[in-house]
Design a protein around this ligand. Structure first.
Ligand code: SIN
Length: 295
């Protein structure tokens, strides 16, 4: 480079992302982007295309203060606050922290909320659930603490014709209250239940952008409407087991600097307890983008 050569403008539109697929069913890593800088509309469109094609995007080597993560997330839609209230009773802000820490900031096997360790799709207990989640690694254990993603489009496609027919028109109640019970967490408070009454969604969901059919299940479900409780729970559990078989799962092994963005409309996800939760810190910043009414 000559002495007076200009450094390239950050995130100048290239027309092509530096992107590499991570696994056949989902996942791609993206390099050479600085997400703390404003993005050109063409670049946002490229990221959107990659997001629909790969479902999980891993942006490597980021350095993202909270407000920069919020600004980047807002390129893709309106952000959600979290239903779980702060101890003060106030609603949580748009960016919240996922961690395994106790009240004194020490690692623990029993953090206040462990819902992230169970298969779920974010905010399916909302009438209008989430489109995407963005998770940025701030503190990681030396190894483990992975996040797993399961492809619910492939899960639907690989069901037998008979099961597809059986579940075609079923409707499922999801609720924050059920979610807390299913995960053995402290029960939902009266204020939380008032804020988030149960909602009903189709069991087989159509992805609004791709038209693909997906299984809309996970730990926020309470029951299938008009079905005896034991049959309903057995069917919901069977579908989660089916769509989370190892061959339908991508395991994300975090690196510092990763920002991972995923599509909640065609994936389930959960964190893995494959680290020493009682001794090692795991802390990530999370933003969630509102989606649309499932159909
Ligand atoms: C989440 O459930 O949104 C967070 C997943 C994780 O902790 O890896």
């Amino acid at each position: 480079m000559t002495l007076n050569a200009q450094a390239p403008a950050p995130n100048a539109p290239s027309g092509a992302l530096n992107i590499k697929a991570l696994a056949p069913l989902m996942g791609a890593e993206i390099f050479d982007l600085d997400l703390s800088q404003p993005l050109d509309a063409d670049l946002v469109a490229d990221i959107n295309d990659a997001f629909l094609a790969h479902h999980v995007l891993v942006f490597r080597d980021q350095s993202l203060p909270k407000d920069a993560q919020v600004a980047f997330s807002e390129n893709f839609g309106e952000l959600e606050s979290h239903v779980h209230r702060l101890r003060s009773g106030e609603k949580r802000p748009a960016l919240h922290v996922v961690n395994n820490l106790d009240e004194n900031g020490m690692p623990t096997e029993r953090p206040r909320t462990t819902g992230n360790y169970f298969w779920h799709t974010d905010k399916s207990y909302h009438a209008v659930p989430s489109l995407a989640t963005l998770l940025y690694a701030v503190e990681l254990p030396p190894s483990g603490g992975d996040t797993l993603f399961a492809n619910t489009k492939r899960g639907y496609e690989t069901l037998s014709a008979e099961t597809k027919q059986q579940i075609a028109d079923l409707r499922v109640e999801h609720s924050w209250e059920a979610s807390r019970l299913n995960t053995g967490n402290t029960p939902a408070t009266e204020a939380e239940k008032r804020d988030r009454p149960p909602v009903v969604h189709p069991l087989v969901r159509t992805h609004p952008n791709t038209g693909a059919k997906t299984l809309y299940v996970g730990m926020h479900t309470s029951h299938i409407l008009d079905m005896p409780e034991d049959k309903s729970r057995a069917l919901l559990d069977m579908l989660v087991d089916h769509t989370t078989k190892p061959e339908l799962v991508y395991r994300h092994q975090w690196r510092m600097g990763d920002l991972v963005m995923w599509d909640n409309r065609c994936l389930l996800h959960r964190a893995d307890k494959n680290y020493d939760m009682a001794a090692q810190r795991r802390l990530l910043h999370r933003t969630v983008i509102k989606g649309s009414l499932p159909f």
